[in-house]
Ligand binder design. Structure first.
Ligand SMILES: [Zn+2]
Length: 598
């Protein structure tokens, strides 16, 4: 793979405003020496994700993910190392140069080629829709649904030709190999020449950065399924992706709210009506991954699913999924039509905008649903209604809110809050009811989980200090380090100096011992060593020097005894004695804190 030199890497890191890069994905608050926020990598309701203001490294006390801003970008945006560096270089205004350009790894080449293929194809589909007579019918459908040319342009909507021979031969003329096309997600699994999309309105699906990674296609005739989506490929993971996220992202951030609706046409209808924070899952239920993709950018979510029974069920589930990641959740019920698209078509943008304001909070919505689904005039119906609400109760992020909701349930259903609470407690203990929130870890933030030794603290302090290589320039001997974890860190320091690596994360990446690395990340994140770092280093160095002198003295004493027992060489005896006395002087000077007189 093309290599970025350590110097360029360092320059990019030096010029990176790391906090602003983190804050594009996590809402951070300063507490002590670090910044804290909700971890984008695991489900949680109290912040255990931290960014050290000293080193710029991140660390999560809940899931133990940690590393540099580069690692963060790679994980959170699913980028390769090179892509993450490109992104940082662009932000920092550094010209990225590659040291050597060998062939990129096969996987990486395929990914890039797929991005190019989808980009090229979406432009071609768009051209068919706008310029080719065969696309006219599709264009008419879109216009009739109230979608204007601006919107069609913004979302790069397209039309896939009805001729099923076209796609394969088109791509062959562009030089793509059969083997590559087989894994492109564009052709039938059973017939490599048969396109999945033909005579369909095409909706390009992009990742958060706006790169097209898949398509959704809507049938023009009632032949075959109405909607189909691309299968998953190396660049497309359905569970992680939301339609229109890249177009909605600015709006979601500035409104601090996302609108989740059911499908492509709903999203487009909302955008057409000026409600530009609308996104949609891809023909599947709303997932926790998608909920977290929202939570990284906003604290509130509005769910707007179809008003039919399937849509209502989808909304019920989505309420708990959204609440479980800490999103303040409300529900928007379409009025005057089955969905947003129908309302826009029949009643216009004004009506859709008006309707979008009538949200109800998720708790009320679910209580209302419980009343519709069960006969709450009977005891049995009440019991069923109560257990219907358990997933949402579980998803609530505080005991206070849970208690309030339990009271509300009691009031609405005409049962005592205590009875509801008892039922809920019993269900949790019996395990009959499996929590949807089971994967959420209960993490306590700010405490270190590693057993610490003075060696470990000492070497960690050195790595986190302004001069990480101080232990080496002070000629510390690795034999004087007892804790194997600390010794592993020390070896990483030696390795780093040899390699010309200077940043903390680079040093840690050279340490094979995960426990040691985790410890450094934890104390960096908690900032606990910060104030005392110089003292830890001085005390540690003094202690190691003392240990080394004592060891040397012991060796000399043994030597002296063997000389005495042997020939009794007076000159040699005297020389050893002088050495011992010199060491004694040094030890004494150290004990009194004075300087050694050379
Ligand atoms: Zn985490």
């Amino acid at each position: 793979m093309a290599r970025i030199s350590p110097q360029i890497r360092q320059e990019i890191l030096d010029k990176t405003d790391f906090l602003s890069v983190y804050q594009e994905h996590v809402r951070l608050q300063k507490k002590g020496a670090s910044y804290w926020g909700l971890c984008p990598f695991h489900t949680e309701k109290t912040p255990s994700f931290s960014v050290s203001s000293d080193t710029g490294l991140f660390y999560c006390f809940g899931c133990h993910k940690g590393g540099s801003i580069i690692q963060f970008l790679m994980d959170v945006e699913k980028l390769t190392y090179t892509e993450a560096m490109e992104e940082l270089a662009r932000k920092a205004g550094v010209q990225l140069q590659f040291e050597e350009s060998e062939y990129a790894a096969e996987g990486e080449k395929d990914r890039q080629a797929l991005f190019e293929l989808y980009d090229r194809l979406s432009k071609t589909f768009h051209w068919f829709l706008i310029n080719h007579p065969s696309g006219q019918r599709a264009l008419d459908v879109l216009h009739k649904r109230g979608l204007g040319d601006d919107l069609i342009e913004k979302f790069s909507l397209g039309y896939a030709p009805a001729n099923r021979q076209w796609l394969y031969s088109f791509l062959k003329t562009k030089g793509y190999s059969d083997n590559f096309l087989k894994h492109s997600g564009l052709f039938s699994k059973n017939n490599q020449y048969w396109p999945l999309f033909a005579d369909r309105i095409m909706f390009p699906i992009s990742d958060a950065r706006g790169r097209i990674i898949a398509f959704g296609g809507r049938a023009m005739d009632q032949e075959g399924p109405k909607y189909i989506n691309s299968p998953e490929t190396v660049i497309f993971k359905k569970q992680d992706t939301l339609f229109a996220l890249s177009q909605a992202i600015d709006s979601i951030k500035s409104l601090d709210e996302a609108l989740i609706c059911e499908g492509y046409m709903d999203v487009l209808s909302f955008h057409a009506a000026g409600i530009t924070n609308a996104v949609a899952p891809l023909g599947t239920a709303f997932t926790s991954h998608q909920a977290m993709a929202i939570r990284r950018r906003a604290s509130k979510v509005v769910l707007c699913f179809d008003s039919d029974e399937a849509g209502l069920h989808a909304a019920e589930r989505a309420c708990s999924i959204a609440a479980a990641v800490g999103l303040e959740t409300s529900v928007l019920l379409p009025e005057g039509g089955k969905d947003a698209s129908e309302i826009l078509e029949k009643k216009g943008a004004g009506e859709l905008t008006r309707m979008a304001k009538n949200t109800i909070n998720a708790g009320h919505f679910l209580l209302t649903r419980a009343g519709q689904l069960f006969d709450i005039s009977t005891m049995e119906g009440k019991a069923k209604a109560v257990s219907f609400l358990f997933p949402f109760l579980d998803a609530l992020d505080s005991d206070v809110r849970r208690q309030e909701y339990i009271k509300e349930i009691g009031r609405t259903l005409g049962v005592g809050a205590h009875a509801v609470e008892m039922d809920y407690a019993k269900a949790k203990v019996s395990g009959i009811y499996r929590s949807m929130n089971a994967s959420a870890s209960s993490s306590s933030s700010g405490t270190s989980h590693s057993a610490r030794t003075s060696d470990l603290v000492f070497v960690a302090a050195a790595i986190l200090s302004s001069d990480p290589f101080r232990l080496l320039s002070e000629h510390l001997d690795s034999d004087s380090i007892d804790d194997p974890r600390a010794r592993d860190l020390f070896s990483a320091l030696q390795e780093a100096q040899k390699e010309g690596v200077q940043d903390v994360d680079g040093i840690l990446s050279l340490c094979a011992d995960d426990a040691a690395v985790r410890f450094v990340r934890e104390v960096d994140a908690s900032g606990e060593l910060k104030a005392g770092i110089e003292k830890i280093l001085q005390d540690g160095l003094a202690q190691k020097r003392k240990a080394a002198l004592e060891k040397e003295r012991k060796k000399l004493v043994a030597q002296l005894q063997s000389v005495k027992a042997g020939d009794g060489d007076i000159a040699q005896e005297k020389m050893i004695l002088e050495e011992i006395m010199k060491i004694d002087g040094e030890l004494k000077a150290q004990a009194t804190g004075g300087d050694i007189d050379e």
